[in-house]
Design a protein around this ligand. Structure first.
Ligand code: FES
Length: 202
């Protein structure tokens, strides 16, 4: 588990755009007044989407005021989940799974590629400002290990060379095709199906 880095440089204020405010208010209305803490995840997700993929402290305060929940409750949620960034990230944010299945299938080589080509330490932005990376716990795609998440997409069945190829493309501001590097469909066996052969692919 990595410690969350909170940016030392913080904007003084944050507020939703008009459209996001309407969206946020509709979301909050789904919950009874004494259960509005349940809308925090949706609010933080919206903040991050609006604010180049990271959540400033001013936004945590804003969400607390908007939902009527205490600042510390919103802060706790924002600092607990690894999908929320509390400091700026690159345009391409790479999350490298280093939990056991990915680790024993070569995640270490992916981490080394990130260190060699993006930044020596995780949570630092590359010199050209396009990429940043971090280690995360299991992203739920263990059967296609090792894998990484880039922004919203999964890249699976990687090895050191494929990871390097992907990262070099990102550094040139190109987004490669997500999915399995071995062209597996979902979690099917590498050499094709061996069971349920009569079931047609959707
Ligand atoms: S261990 Fe890497 S996705 Fe589960």
């Amino acid at each position: 588990m990595t410690v969350k880095k909170i940016s030392k440089i913080q904007p003084e204020t944050f507020k939703f755009t008009e459209d996001n405010l309407i969206h946020a208010e509709n979301e909050i209305k789904k919950y009874p007044k004494n259960k509005r803490a349940s809308s925090i995840l949706a609010m933080l997700y919206l903040v991050q989407k609006q604010n180049e993929n990271w959540i400033p402290l001013a936004a945590i305060k804003y969400v607390a005021e908007l939902t009527g929940v205490s600042y510390i409750q919103v802060y706790e949620v924002a600092t607990f989940y690894s999908m929320f960034n509390l400091s700026p990230v690159g345009k391409y944010f790479i999350q490298v799974c280093t939990t056991t299945p990915c680790m024993i299938r070569g995640a270490g080589k992916i981490v080394k590629t990130c260190k060699d080509h993006i930044s020596k330490n995780q949570n630092e932005i590359s010199e050209n400002k396009l990429c940043s990376w971090t280690e995360v716990e299991c992203l739920g795609a263990c059967v296609n290990a090792p894998m990484i998440q880039i922004n919203q997409d999964y890249f699976e069945d990687l090895d050191g060379d494929k990871a390097k190829e992907i990262i070099l493309e990102l550094l040139q501001d190109k987004f490669p095709s997500p999915g399995s590097a071995k062209n597996r469909k979902n979690t099917s066996p590498e050499n094709g199906k061996t069971t349920l052969l009569e079931v047609k692919n959707a």
